[in-house]
Design a protein around this ligand. Structure first.
Ligand SMILES: Cc1cc2nc3c(=O)[nH]c(=O)nc-3n(C[C@H](O)[C@H](O)[C@H](O)COP(=O)(O)OP(=O)(O)OC[C@H]3O[C@@H](n4cnc5c(N)ncnc54)[C@H](O)[C@@H]3O)c2cc1C
Length: 380
């Protein structure tokens, strides 16, 4: 029977809940707002299948030979709406055009994030763009298994731990399954996200952009599009600051088992943050994707979209130098426990500011750096 004694060893992938033959596992929300499995001791028949489907209890490591590419979608509109270079939309469109089903993360009507299935092009906009909140999978793995067994082509997009969860749940290889993960900094608590949103009167048709690129890709904004629009540069927005300072990530994200150069997905998508250094001729501040092709299946799909992208192969070791989230888990900030213990009893922005403000030393360092840059510029 699955029992979570150490929260850092559960990514909340829902695999155990999906596989239980007695339906006796429920995903319960803890005080921080993260899901953990809880088995009904009365109903459990101790078959142990839940433990066999856990991607953390089982070794998921592999060795492969990934290739890295800098690329972006030639369609400027889609690229603008996407977080990086808009590659996800092209891959997913190909699957839909071939009568396939795409699973990815979307907002529901309460602005919570959950995985949904899409079978037509128009609905792809629901999945487009990063949502910096842990996405609820529910019974997604069971639905995928059903489609796979019917011979349908399925594309699953998620965090690396969600991919590992799916593959461990399926327990066998399917030729009609394509897995695409993202490079993941870590997933914030859905409860913290809900708490942040309390300060807004959200209209039913509001759209929330974590990565509004109208202010540039590398100086993006957090925007709520509605009659009463709200927009803030990411480094002025308290939710984004709390996320990027690792204050509200899931405990397992500080010891991620799925980060590696050798991934179980067919394709990995990321922001190419080092583009100015590695491939400066492609940089235009509109969003460049770093794409890893991890398998033969991934390569075949990538070849199908090649006419619609601008791309260049790059040295994989150079590329990941600028993207530590690729292989390194976030460090647990000393202040995390205190922050998570008190945030829900306080007003979000006011309380978070105490944790996100620059220390006097860092402030002075930035100030000195700016003074030196101006002095050097004047000298030249
Ligand atoms: C929580 C999170 C952390 C990230 N951290 C980094 C990072 O540190 N470094 C980096 O280079 N890139 C990171 N990314 C990935 C990056 O932001 C882009 O999502 C990725 O490069 C794909 O961009 P795109 O332009 O091709 O497509 P987009 O259209 O921007 O990507 C959409 C895809 O992302 C998936 N997605 C969105 N939100 C979630 C979610 N909450 N959970 C699971 N899947 C989701 C959707 O299902 C869809 O498939 C992160 C993404 C998320 C969601």
């Amino acid at each position: 029977m699955i029992e979570i004694k150490d929260k850092s060893k559960c990514s909340g992938c829902h695999s155990c809940m999906n596989i239980c033959p007695k339906n006796c596992i429920e995903m319960k929300v803890d005080e921080e707002g993260f899901w953990y499995p809880e088995a009904d001791k009365e109903k459990c028949i101790k078959c142990g299948i839940c433990k066999k489907s856990c991607p953390i209890l089982n070794d998921m490591s592999i060795q492969n030979n990934p290739k890295a590419y800098a690329c972006y979608n030639k369609n400027e509109e889609i690229r603008k709406e996407s977080s990086s270079g808009g590659i996800f939309t092209l891959l997913a469109s190909y699957v839909i055009d071939n009568d396939g089903i795409v699973f990815g993360a979307a907002f529901n009507q309460n602005f919570e994030v959950e995985h949904i299935e899409i079978t037509n092009e128009q609905d792809l906009s629901k999945l487009r763009g990063s949502k910096y909140v842990q996405s609820k999978l529910g019974n997604t793995y069971l639905k995928i298994k059903n489609y796979l067994n019917q011979g349908k082509l399925v594309y699953f997009s998620g965090t690396p731990c969600q991919i590992d969860g799916l593959l461990c749940f399926l327990c066998k290889k399917y030729d009609n399954l394509i897995c695409q993960d993202i490079v993941c900094h870590g997933v914030p608590s859905p409860k913290v996200w809900k708490h942040y949103l309390k300060q807004f009167s959200l209209e039913k048709n509001a759209s929330i952009l974590f990565r509004d690129k109208s202010t540039g890709w590398d100086s993006y904004s957090f925007t709520i599009k509605q009659k009463n629009k709200f927009t803030q540069l990411f480094n002025n927005n308290e939710y984004m600051k709390v996320f990027l300072k690792d204050l509200c990530l899931r405990p397992s994200c500080y010891n991620c088992h799925s980060k590696s150069l050798h991934r179980n997905s067919d394709i990995t998508l990321a922001d190419f943050w080092g583009i100015k250094e590695v491939c400066p001729e492609m940089y235009d501040n509109k969003g460049i994707s770093l794409v890893f092709i991890n398998s033969k299946k991934g390569k075949q799909l990538f070849n199908k979209i090649i006419k619609d992208i601008k791309y260049q192969e790059v040295d994989i070791n150079e590329a990941i130098k600028y993207n530590p989230s690729f292989f390194k888990s976030a460090n647990i900030p000393e202040k995390r426990e205190n922050y998570m213990n008190n945030i829900f009893n306080n007003q979000f922005d006011k309380y978070s500011k105490k944790y996100t403000k620059l220390s006097i030393w860092l402030y002075l360092k930035i100030f000195m750096y700016k003074i030196l840059s101006v002095t050097n510029f004047l000298k030249d």
